[in-house]
Design a protein around this ligand. Structure first.
Ligand code: ADE
Length: 383
């Protein structure tokens, strides 16, 4: 991944050379460039700001240096320009996962009262633009935000962290739950003991205890994260019954014709199932549905196979794809996995680009070492 930073205080970004990002640069995983925005000024004082049109307090960052910087750095199609600003989209783990899929991020760090709006509009005409806020408070400039975003993003890059499992277990990565409490040696410290269950060696009980602790913590500290049974707009996600089989069959055919075309495969079983088969699997798979205006528009199913929560038939009506419904269903079905599940697995068409992108963004990894039907691939994720 290539990372560029435009700042009038490049020294602020020196920590990027330290520790893990520094190592990632040395190993070639990251190609990192910090630029002093003042090199694209032409006056004696290297001016990068001016008073706002229309009056008001503070100074606004001038457009010309940014424009020249974008040209000099050949920012263009395929690149993502990140403007760090308190009026941007709130940064969270989902945004980090999304940015981790990009090949180049260019951080434009604002100072003062912000950057001339035309810089953002211009950037949007040559590249993808994201305006991102670190949180509901005002920093002196965007540099600290750029550092924080960088750290959250680059640790998600394959090969960056030594232990990929620690990535998926931590807070905000597992179905939106906070992390459970952790302990290390000694077993007793100042009369405080490590909970017995962690010493039991019973992995099933330990997993169940941790899940329970994570749910309790989340309920206490972040109840806003605990609404797995509804979409952001409040639309409920409900369990399916056999009576839903006819509508499910219609949705399934619409989705699997698409899948068959994308993968040049006509023998996908889901495409050839009839009503009886759908009724049968609704009985054995936990199936979840979303309706809009009474119409079935999304579904997903899962079942426990040993310790694996096997997820499948993630379907969104073709006219509503690309709006986050698939991701919401995928998050939901992970959040409702029983305590005994230690990982998630799913199968998709090897050429279903949209699905693969969705699953990778959600933390799933391609597993070519695991079996999959002809033309398909298996993806897994630790819980
Ligand atoms: N610049 C100033 N405040 C900021 C914030 N909260 N997030 C991102 N960039 C900023």
């Amino acid at each position: 991944m290539r990372l560029d930073y435009l700042s009038i205080f490049p020294d602020y970004l020196a920590p990027l050379q330290l520790s893990l990002p520094g190592k990632a640069v040395a190993s070639g995983l990251l190609d990192l460039h910090v630029h002093d925005l003042r090199q694209w000024t032409h006056d004696r004082h290297h001016t990068t700001d001016d008073t706002p049109y229309g009056g008001g307090a503070g100074m606004v960052m001038k457009p010309e240096p940014f424009g020249e910087a974008f040209e000099a750095l050949e920012v263009g199609a395929g690149d993502t320009v990140v403007f760090t600003t308190p009026s941007g989209q709130p940064f969270d783990q989902r945004v980090a996962e999304d940015l981790a899929t990009r090949s180049r991020l260019v951080f434009a760090c604002g100072r003062y009262e912000g950057i001339d709006q035309r810089v953002i509009d211009h950037a949007r005409s040559i590249a993808e633009v994201r305006e991102i806020s670190l949180g509901d408070y005002v920093l002196n400039g965007g540099e600290v935000a750029a550092l924080a975003i960088t750290e959250a993003v680059v640790r998600l890059l394959p090969g960056f962290m030594g232990n990929a499992e620690s990535l998926v277990e931590e807070s905000h990565a597992e179905g939106g739950l906070l992390e459970y409490p952790v302990y290390t040696k000694p077993r007793v410290w100042r009369d405080r003991e490590v909970p017995d269950v962690l010493l039991s060696g019973d992995h099933g009980r330990i997993a169940a205890w941790r899940h329970d602790q994570a749910v309790r913590r989340t309920a206490e500290r972040r109840p806003d994260l605990l609404h797995p049974s509804a979409l952001d707009d409040g639309t409920p996600i409900v369990r399916a019954g056999r009576g839903d089989a006819e509508e499910l069959l219609t949705l399934q055919r619409a989705c699997w014709v698409q899948e068959a075309l994308a993968n040049d495969l006509l023998d996908i079983p889901a495409l050839h199932e009839g009503l009886d088969e759908v009724r049968d699997w609704i009985g054995t798979w936990e199936t979840y549905l979303v309706r809009r205006a009474g119409r079935l528009v999304g579904a997903v199913r899962a079942r426990l196979d040993g310790e694996v929560w096997e997820i499948g038939r993630l379907m969104v009506a073709p006219d509503l794809q690309g709006q986050g419904l698939g991701r919401a269903l995928l998050d939901h079905v992970q959040a409702v996995a029983p305590a005994g599940a230690t990982s998630y697995a799913l199968v998709t068409g090897g050429r279903s680009e949209r699905n693969l992108r969705l699953y990778k963004k959600a933390g799933f990894r391609l597993r070519r070492d695991l079996a999959a039907p002809v033309g398909a691939v298996t993806l897994t994720k630790a819980r």
